[in-house]
Design a protein around this ligand. Structure first.
Ligand code: ATP
Length: 343
């Protein structure tokens, strides 16, 4: 369990004060995965570095597994940090050591007997699927394999919590998926509590139970991932959700699209929806009520828990008043509607 209470961090540069974190509070319940998402400069790295006190907070408290870290002596803090694993975007492996010796490293630091190290490292390499790479060096591994080694190494001390600092940002989409699956597997199998930071909503959607949106040092929104997807409260959250949709207008439409309406034109709209009301129900409502024709051009629909959400590109044909009524009806039903142009 991780509790962050009123965390504030100021940096001082020459005569300038930078408020990197302002009164951030959140709780990661035991065995859950919490994702902090934010744009560049939002304060994500500062936040995760404050959790294990690599960065000293200006004020506030970090409590990990019931222990308030800022009250500890440096020796106690070193011991407590062993309970806090961390993985990084750029893996941070030791290039002169084999994969086996990289994973063994934290166990050597705690003077674990050799036979015990051998058994533990072999188990860990098996867990991350790298048994056959034990004698290789990091340089000969792919990015995804390097991150697997880093995960095995950080698990060596049996941490209760794991901090992930943009752990998949340097990886391609397929490798990202496999590393996220590994993290979820570790979370389930070993019951490890995970706090991760990311700038990709896909990561949050893929493995997190809870999410927090960090913007200019403030946690402006937090909740379960399905709550945030169903009822985003801020524009920042809505933009992150939109970034998970990949619906491009087909070239045929892009070429015909006009900025202003003309006689007998249709309107092309992008509708973003989330929640219980089915988009198909709303579309058939407007067709019946306003005698409009509606054609789905592209759609991406996804679901989390009970919540269905997605984006639909629609061409609406009918008179101008019917089109206006339709747009108003969609907006009144909590859909986000954007007019792309006229065809
Ligand atoms: N050591 C430092 N000294 C001065 N300012 C800093 C320092 N570290 C971070 N900052 C400032 O604090 C703010 C938050 O930075 P931080 O690196 O935590 O953001 P981030 O969300 O992790 O960004 P990115 O995704 O680009 O890594 C930024 O304005 C940054 O310039």
């Amino acid at each position: 369990m991780i509790e962050i209470k009123g965390l504030t961090k100021y940096f001082y540069q020459k005569n300038r004060e930078v408020a990197a974190l302002q009164d951030v509070s959140l709780t990661v319940p035991p065995g859950k995965i919490y994702g902090i998402i934010g744009a560049s400069g939002a304060g994500k790295s500062t936040l995760i570095r404050c959790v294990n006190l690599l960065e000293k907070p200006t004020s506030g408290e970090v409590v990990v597994n019931g222990i308030s870290l800022s009250t500890l002596s440096s020796r106690e803090l070193t011991r407590e940090r062993r309970q806090i694993g961390m993985i990084f975007q750029h893996f941070n492996l030791l290039s002169s050591r084999t994969i086996f010796d990289n994973v063994a490293f934290p166990l050597e630091l705690t003077h674990t007997p050799k036979a015990e190290i051998r058994e533990r490292v072999n188990d860990l390499l098996q867990l991350v699927g790298l048994t056959d790479k034990a004698a290789d060096y990091p340089a000969s591994l792919s990015g995804g394999q390097k991150q697997r080694v880093a995960i095995a190494r950080t698990l060596a001390n049996n941490p209760k919590v794991l901090l992930c600092d943009e752990a998949t940002s340097a990886l391609d989409p397929a490798t990202t998926k496999s590393i996220l699956a590994l993290l979820k597997d570790i979370n389930r199998r070993l019951g490890i509590t995970i706090l991760l930071i990311t700038h990709e909503m896909e990561v949050v959607k893929a493995i997190c139970d809870y999410a927090g949106i960090l913007s200019q040092g403030k946690l402006i929104e937090q909740g379960t991932v399905s709550e945030i997807f169903a009822h985003p409260k801020t524009g920042v959250a809505r933009d992150f959700i939109s970034s998970t949709f990949h619906v491009e207008l087909p070239g045929f439409y892009t070429r015909r699209l006009q900025a202003c309406p003309y006689v007998d034109c249709g309107v092309l709209i992008k509708v973003q929806f989330a929640g219980q009301a089915g988009i198909d129900v709303l579309i058939s409502e407007v067709v019946n009520r306003f005698h409009i024709q509606s054609k789905i051009i592209k759609a991406q629909v996804d679901s989390l828990d009970e919540v269905t959400f997605g984006v639909v590109l629609l061409e609406l044909s009918g008179n101008a008043a019917a089109r206006e009524f339709t747009l108003q009806y969609f907006t009144d039903n909590q859909l986000k509607v954007e007019v792309l142009g006229y065809v």
